[in-house]
Unconditional design. Structure first.
Length: 142
């Protein structure tokens, strides 16, 4: 029997075994990339929320505006949050005009990745980020 005849069909078997492994590997890389981009989106959303809160005229509207800004930022970047919490520290509004003050926003988003989920892979990821933005030193704080 020739040496090549014994190996006939082995490439097909190797391909059948390795194809699922390669597909799972590429999906894992895709998932890692999506989670990395989602973390960057969380940082951007926290920045947007804190900046928006620092521009609010009153302490009462700062929290609402921060939450809306975070939701818009996530939506603009294509991140769907199953749940989102935005905690806004507006104690800087109590600091007298002429003294430096800040607004701090901490957010948590449970991002939905169910569109690329496979058995054993997470269907969601919890994203957290915090950002602090200065209030204008000489603007009235109501």
């Amino acid at each position: 029997m020739r040496a090549g005849a014994r190996e006939r069909g082995s490439a097909t078997i190797e391909l059948a075994v390795l194809t699922p492994v390669a597909i799972v590997f590429f999906i894992a890389v895709l998932m890692a990339g999506r989670i990395g981009l989602a973390r960057q989106a969380a940082d951007a959303a926290a920045y947007d929320a804190a900046r928006t809160a620092s521009l609010a005229r009153t302490e009462g509207t700062a929290g609402t505006q921060a939450r809306d800004a975070a939701a818009r930022s996530f939506a603009a970047q294509g991140i769907r949050c199953k749940t989102m919490t935005v905690a806004t520290d507006t104690s800087g509004f109590d600091v007298p005009v002429g003294q430096s003050a800040t607004v701090r926003v901490s957010l948590t988003c449970v991002a939905d990745f169910s569109d690329i989920v496979l058995p054993g892979m997470p269907g969601s990821a919890t994203l957290t980020s915090t950002f602090t933005s200065p209030l204008d030193t000489y603007r009235s704080r109501g």
